[in-house]
Design a protein around this ligand. Structure first.
Ligand SMILES: *Cc1c(COP(=O)(O)O)cnc(C)c1O
Length: 416
C-alpha cells in the first residue's frame, strides 16, 4: 500500500466524518446514528467549555491524584548502563517513567472514565453501560458510577468472567451489575456487541462508556483528548526537569488509549521518536499474539475501520497476551493511521520479554509494573543500551502490577 501523504500536523484529526485517513468513521446500525450524533454534539459543546474543564481538573486532582509524577528511573538506567558497558557500547540513555500507576484505581483508565462520566451527566443520562475484557475498564467505570451515584451495567464475556474473578468481585462491591455474555467465544468482542445492543434499546437514559480510543466517532477523539493529559503533563515535566524534549517515548498498545494519550502532544515534535508496543504473545508466526498492526489487516469492528486480527475468511480472532489488558482484537483508528503515515513505529514484544521486564523493574526500581506496561519497558530494555548517555527515553507506566501477581506466579511455576 502507498503511504498516505504526510500532513503538516499530525494533531488535527479526525476530519468531520471521524476519519483518520482511511481509518475510523462510524460504522453503526442506522438506529444508533441519532445517539452518536447527539453524543458528538454534546462533546463539541463541552470540549472547550471552561466549566467542564474546571470540574474535570478538580476531580483529576483530588479524586484521581493528578498530575502523575515523571520519575527518573535511576535503578533501571544504572542497570542498562552496565549492560551497555558489558557490550562495549559505553552508552545507555536516561529512562523516565510517567507514573500512571499511581492514579486512583491503579492505571490511566480513570482519566477517561472521569471525563466520560462528566459528559454523561451533562447529557442528562441516568445509567452507565460499559464492556470489559480483563475487567480493568469495568472496575474504573464502576468506580466513577459509584462516585456519581449512577447505576452501572458491565458486559463481560462469560470466559472472561471466569478468568477475572477478583475484578468481577470489585465491580460488584462498587455496586455495578456484571452481565456475562455467552455469545461467540464469550470474550471482549462479544461483550462489545452486547453493549452496543443495550445502547440501541435504551436510547433515552443510557450512556455507553467506551474504555479505549476505539469505537465509532467521536469516541476515539474524546478518549484521546481525555487521556492526552498524560502527554501534556509529561512534555511540560521533562522540559522542567531536563530542559529539553525526550529523544524517544514508548507506550504499550491494547486499544491504544494510554499510548495515544502520551503520544498526541508529541506528534508534531519531529525529533521525538515515538514507539507503540503491541502484544507479541508467543510470536507473530502463530496465532497466539495480539499484534493487529504488525500481523493484522484493515477491517471493521466496534463501529470503526482499523487494523484487526482476522482469519483468512475475515472472521475476527481472539488475541492472546500474557497481559489480559492488551488482548483487544483491534486497535484505535488513529494508531492505524499513524502506522501507515510512518509517524509512529509499532513493534511487538513477546510474553517472555514482558515477564523479564516485569521482574527486572520490580527488582531494580521497587515498582511492580502492570504486565501491559512491562511490554513498553521491555522495549526500552532492548534499545536503551545502544543509545547515548545524554539521550532521554520516557516510558509510560500505564498501571501497577498488583493485579498481575497470580499470572506471574503461574508463569514462574510458583504458588502464592
Ligand atoms: C487497559 C490497560 C492497558 C491497555 O489499554 P490501552 O487502551 O491500550 O491503554 C494498558 N495498561 C494497563 C495498565 C491497562 O489497564
Amino acid at each position: 500500500m502507498d503511504k498516505p501523504a504526510i500532513p503538516n500536523s499530525f494533531r488535527t484529526g479526525p476530519d468531520e466524518q471521524g476519519m483518520f485517513g482511511i481509518f475510523g468513521g462510524r460504522f453503526v446500525a442506522e438506529t444508533l446514528m441519532p445517539l452518536i450524533l447527539d453524543l458528538e454534539r454534546h462533546w463539541n459543546e463541552v470540549k472547550d467549555d471552561p466549566d467542564f474543564k474546571a470540574e474535570l481538573t478538580d476531580l483529576s486532582t483530588h479524586y484521581a491524584g493528578r498530575p502523575s509524577k515523571l520519575y527518573f528511573a535511576e535503578g533501571l538506567t544504572r542497570h542498562l548502563r552496565e549492560v551497555s558497558s558489558a557490550k562495549g557500547l559505553g552508552g545507555g540513555a536516561k529512562v523516565y517513567f510517567k507514573r500512571e500507576d499511581l492514579n486512583h484505581t491503579g492505571s490511566h483508565k480513570i482519566n477517561n472514565c472521569l471525563g466520560q462520566i462528566l459528559l454523561a451527566k451533562r447529557m442528562g443520562k441516568k445509567r452507565i453501560i460499559a464492556e470489559t475484557g480483563a475487567g480493568q475498564h469495568g472496575v474504573a467505570s464502576a468506580t466513577v458510577a459509584a462516585r456519581f451515584g449512577f447505576p452501572c451495567v458491565v458486559y463481560m464475556g462469560a470466559t472472561d468472567v471466569a478468568r477475572q474473578s477478583p475484578n468481577v468481585f470489585r465491580m460488584k462491591l462498587l455496586g455495578a451489575e456484571v452481565r456475562p455474555v455467552t455469545a461467540g467465544h464469550g470474550t471482549l468482542k462479544d461483550a462489545m456487541n452486547e453493549a452496543l445492543r443495550d445502547w440501541v434499546t435504551n436510547v433515552e437514559d443510557t450512556y455507553y462508556l467506551i474504555g479505549t480510543a476505539a469505537g465509532p466517532h467521536p469516541y476515539p477523539e474524546l478518549v484521546r483528548d481525555f487521556q492526552s493529559v498524560i502527554g501534556t503533563e509529561a512534555r511540560a515535566q521533562i522540559l522542567e526537569q531536563e530542559g529539553r524534549l525526550p529523544d524517544t517515548i514508548i507506550a504499550c498498545v491494547g486499544g491504544g488509549s494510554n499510548a495515544i494519550g502520551l503520544f498526541h502532544p508529541f506528534l508534531d515534535d519531529k525529533d521525538v521518536r515515538i514507539i507503540g508496543i503491541e502484544a507479541g504473545g508467543r510470536g507473530l508466526d502463530g496465532i497466539e499474539h495480539c499484534a493487529s498492526m504488525n500481523a493484522g489487516a484493515p477491517g471493521v469492528l466496534h463501529g470503526n475501520r482499523t487494523y484487526l486480527l482476522q482469519d483468512a475468511d475475515g472472521q475476527i480472532m481472539d488475541g492472546h497476551s500474557i497481559s489480559a489488558g492488551l488482548d483487544y482484537p483491534g486497535v484505535g483508528p488513529e494508531h492505524s493511521w499513524l502506522r501507515d503515515t510512518g509517524r509512529v513505529e509499532y513493534v511487538p514484544i513477546l510474553d517472555d520479554e514482558a515477564l523479564e521486564a516485569f521482574k527486572l523493574t520490580t527488582r531494580v526500581e521497587g515498582i511492580i509494573p502492570a504486565l501491559e506496561s512491562a511490554h513498553a519497558i521491555a522495549h526500552a530494555v532492548k534499545i536503551v543500551p545502544a543509545m547515548d548517555k545524554d539521550q532521554i527515553v520516557i516510558v509510560n507506566l500505564s498501571g501497577r502490577g498488583d493485579k498481575d501477581v497470580h499470572t506471574v506466579a503461574n508463569m514462574l511455576g510458583m504458588e502464592i
